[in-house]
Write a protein that binds this ligand. Structure first.
Ligand code: GTP
Ligand code: MG
Length: 138
């Protein structure tokens, strides 16, 4: 079974949407095999989003991700990476399909409620950034 990293972002934890978002993952057949609520420093968010460091919104993105608690989760299932991104919807909520997390909950292209890994190699690196092997219980 495949695993992917999900983050419920500060705009969503602030509005008490953690349970509603997690329910969408579970309803899609993804199992939450690890979960914790943390608050990152801007520097820790900066390391996580290093791939975006040349993009104009990098600083804003890191400040936002450190602006409140996030819930980091590992989701497991068949085709978990693609399935999670399907449940999340398009980056910009204006483009997100009805019923997706971002269509239902995201506030803007920046404050868009969730993150999900985009490939097998990034999923492995992102899971290892937040969790030790002992914390993953399938
Ligand atoms: P993630 O799952 O969070 O990686 O989203 P994604 O893969 O759909 O989008 P992408 O990797 O292209 O961008 C990463 C994150 O940067 C997005 O989820 C947004 O939070 C943020 N972002 C992307 N585009 C913009 C933008 O134009 N402005 C701002 N402020 N933030 C953006
Ligand atoms: Mg991405």
């Amino acid at each position: 079974l495949e695993r992917t990293l999900s983050i419920i972002k500060p705009d969503a934890t602030r509005r008490n949407l953690t349970g509603k978002i997690a329910a969408k993952f579970e309803d899609a057949g993804l199992r939450i095999v690890a979960s914790k609520r943390i608050q990152m420093t801007p520097a820790q968010a900066g390391v996580f989003y290093e791939v975006h460091k040349e993009r104009p919104f990098y600083g804003e993105l890191c400040e936002f991700m450190a602006s409140g608690p996030v819930v980091v989760q590992v989701l497991e299932g068949e085709g978990a990476i693609a399935k999670n991104r399907e449940v999340m919807g398009a980056t910009n909520p204006k483009d997100a399909a009805p019923g997706t997390v971002r269509a239902d909950f995201a506030e803007s292209v920046g404050e868009n409620s969730v993150h999900g890994s985009d490939a097998a190699d990034t999923a492995a690196a992102e899971i290892a950034y937040f969790f030790s092997g002992l914390e993953l219980v399938g």
